[in-house]
Write a protein that binds this ligand. Structure first.
Ligand code: C2O
Ligand code: CU
Ligand code: CU
Length: 458
């Protein structure tokens, strides 16, 4: 595949105009103009020193002057236009996780576009067909780039107002930092061959033990985004036992109780309705029994809110299970940590259907592991032959989870499915978006050590 370098070098004048990155207020929502017209942003990626550990500095990389990156918002069906400016010392791209968009906007290097070099910009422009909680991140040197903080929420609002009067976005990330705030390795071969390399300091919206205020007695839409490289959070809430799940990974479900806990793997999102307690009381957001952060009820306005009705479905094509073609994808461990890893080359530890993705080979996407016919329905049988779980993610299309060997489930649409140890699951989709789409585990160091493939829709 070949590209012309459409991006234009941003000269010094350009930099001065937009404020030269860093901690500056490099955030502009140029505003929601008229309905249907679109949403325009300028988004700068630049180094930013942050204080994650008190009185210590962490040399993070940030989108729009904050970690996680600035929250982008758009309205369902509208255009989102982002002028992305790279002030990092390294090449990068932006990928829009969960958004069904044209391949040229998908941010995959050498598949969608050339990497955006330091000093360059790239204009991302696409419509957002689905309402929900999504996110954006680079697709280049992902362990380091996401690890240093290049992750941000993208919220697509429903066309019509929902029954929610209040909402909060909570991005979960566990940082690879030591007690001095310095970065630890983002990927260690020994860990990449197992559950993935986990960070040590958990944060909500970039703050350890964050406290988020919300109005007492009101029902609040809480958007939880797992933007971490590695960790599957076993989410539960203490102090709001009647909380309900309204959407998973950007797609509405029939509202149901959160129950004991929900396992939110890397890349996954969940939208909850939480009824806040009386003023002064708290709801603990927990990973298993560990508190990640706190929702604190503050004296609020108005009467106690009611549970809103379910959210409207997104316009995702319903797969025809009757005449769908079945394809099997085996996720395997091939781990030999002695190859690569220590000499700078990532080791090859994982594969799908006998093929490991080589993160340094720009031509891997020329050899897709499956070719789908445009408009046809498919059932993917996902077989995890390993003793580790893998959040399996597909670009470009939304799929429907229809069966699992581990639990009975109510079918639902998603872009990322947490495939448990030795689990077999079936997901179905209509191959309605032409292109070469990445299909990978979202544990970032699994993806960078083989657990990625391309699926082509022609
Ligand atoms: Cu979050 Cu390849 O994606
Ligand atoms: Cu994605
Ligand atoms: Cu994995």
């Amino acid at each position: 595949m070949s590209f012309t370098r459409r991006q234009i070098f941003v000269g010094l004048a350009g930099l001065a105009m937009v404020g030269a990155g860093g901690a500056g207020a490099a955030r502009y929502w140029l505003g929601r103009s008229q309905a249907g017209k679109g949403h325009d942003y300028q988004l700068i990626a630049a180094p930013l020193d942050v204080e994650l550990v008190s009185d210590r500095t962490t040399p993070a990389w940030a989108f729009g002057g904050s970690v996680p990156g600035m929250e982008l918002r758009a309205r369902q069906g509208d255009w989102l236009r982002v002028r992305f400016i790279n002030h990092l010392p390294v090449p990068t791209t932006l990928h829009w996780h969960g958004i069904r968009l044209p391949l040229e906007m998908d941010g995959v290097p050498y598949v969608s576009q050339l990497p955006v070099l330091p000093g360059e910009y790239f204009d991302y422009r696409f419509r957002v067909p689905d309402a929900g909680s999504f996110w954006y991140h680079p697709h280049v040197a992902s362990a380091e780039q996401l690890g240093r903080g290049l992750v941000g929420p993208l919220i697509v609002e429903e066309r019509e107002p929902t029954g929610f009067a209040h909402e909060r976005t909570l991005s979960l990330k566990t940082w690879h930092v030591d007690e001095q705030g310095g970065f630890l390795p983002f990927s260690v071969a020994r860990e990449a061959a197992r559950v993935g390399t986990a960070g040590r300091l958990s944060t909500v919206n970039g703050v350890p033990q964050a406290v988020i205020e919300a109005p007492a007695g009101q029902v609040v839409r809480v958007r939880l985004l797992n933007v971490d490289n590695t960790v599957t959070y076993r989410l539960n809430l203490r102090g709001a036992d009647d909380s309900r799940i309204y959407a998973l990974d950007g797609n509405p479900i029939q509202p149901r109780p959160l129950g004991k806990e929900y396992w939110l793997g890397p890349g996954m999102r969940m939208c909850l309705a939480v009824r806040m307690p009386a003023a002064g009381e708290e709801v603990a957001l927990r990973d298993g029994s560990v508190r990640l952060g706190t929702l604190r009820a503050v004296a609020g306005e108005g009467m106690a809110g009611d549970w809103p009705p379910g959210l409207p479905a997104n316009p995702v094509a319903e797969p025809n299970l009757g005449n769908a073609e079945k394809l099997t994808f085996n996720v395997e461990w091939v781990g030999s940590t002695s190859v690569g890893g220590d000499n700078g080359q990532p080791p090859s530890l994982w594969q799908i259907n006998g093929k490991a993705w080589d993160i340094n080979d720009k031509t891997c996407a020329d050899r897709p592991i499956a070719r789908l016919a445009r408009g046809k329905s498919y059932i993917f049988e996902l077989k995890n032959m390993t003793q580790y779980q893998h959040p399996i993610h597909l670009h470009g299309m939304t799929f429907k989870v229809i069966a699992s060997s581990r639990h009975t489930l109510e079918p639902y649409f998603t872009d990322t499915y947490l495939l448990g140890k030795h689990e077999r699951a079936r997901v179905a989709l209509v191959a309605d978006n032409p292109g070469v789409w990445m299909f990978h585990c979202h544990v970032v160091d699994h993806m960078e050590t083989g657990l990625m493939a391309a699926i082509e829709v022609v």
